[in-house]
Design a protein around this ligand. Structure first.
Ligand SMILES: [Ca+2]
Length: 211
């Protein structure tokens, strides 16, 4: 009997001890109530259309931002994706021929580019900007699928200058050996002069089960 009584006393004692120690409960509450880490927002908002390769080919008649010339480079943006070319020193008609890669997904956005003059002792100067709708390229890629064009060179459509682009003149979209390609000269806005030539290539995501 005495042993059982002792056991009950021990049990009460341990319960009381447990209740007297709120630390573990408080810790559990802290763990449960603490804010969760923010989840990374996915780059892919919708259907993945493939890879967009943008070659910044060249620039011409760019504006002077130093004494006699500029050190231009191009920043290209698609949504939250940003890429830039290397700097070409002291040149107003630079040739970059640099390929920048982006992932393209629905909803199809607008490609934005901005040219800067690299300065080492102050903030880089602006040399103009341009925008370019990717809708015609994507619709031409759909047309290619319907027409089942896969070899040779076929013009799919032409795009004329309008408010959705900064085209200098008409631009052709063609299927070249299975790839959808658009070459365009864009007029820079916000500056006295300057044009940038781009070559865009859409590498479509293969549909499962088809080749
Ligand atoms: Ca400079």
């Amino acid at each position: 009997m005495k042993n059982k009584k002792e056991e009950r006393e021990t049990y009460r004692g341990s319960r009381a001890k447990h209740q007297a120690e709120p630390n573990s409960t408080a810790l559990l509450l802290v763990v449960l109530l603490r804010p969760r880490p923010k989840q990374c927002r996915s780059e892919q908002m919708g259907e993945n259309l493939g890879q967009l390769k943008v070659t910044v080919v060249r620039g011409k008649r760019l504006v002077i931002r130093d004494f006699k010339s500029s050190d231009p480079y191009v920043v290209v943006k698609l949504g939250s994706q940003v890429a830039k070319t290397k700097v070409i020193n002291s040149c107003l008609n630079p040739v970059w021929n640099e390929e920048l890669c982006f992932s393209l997904s629905e909803p199809v956005g607008v490609l934005n580019l901005e040219v800067f003059d690299k300065d080492y002792f102050k903030t880089d100067d602006r040399m103009g900007h341009a925008h370019f709708s990717l809708h015609p390229l994507v619709s031409a890629a759909r047309l290619r699928k319907v027409l089942k064009v896969s070899s040779g060179e076929t013009t799919l459509r032409k795009v004329v200058p309008d408010s959705e682009n900064c085209l200098v003149g008409e631009s052709s979209i063609a299927c070249v050996d299975g790839e959808v390609v658009q070459v365009a000269w864009l007029r820079l806005c916000g500056v006295e002069s300057g044009e940038i030539q781009l070559k865009m290539k859409l590498i479509e995501t293969p549909v499962a089960g088809t080749r």
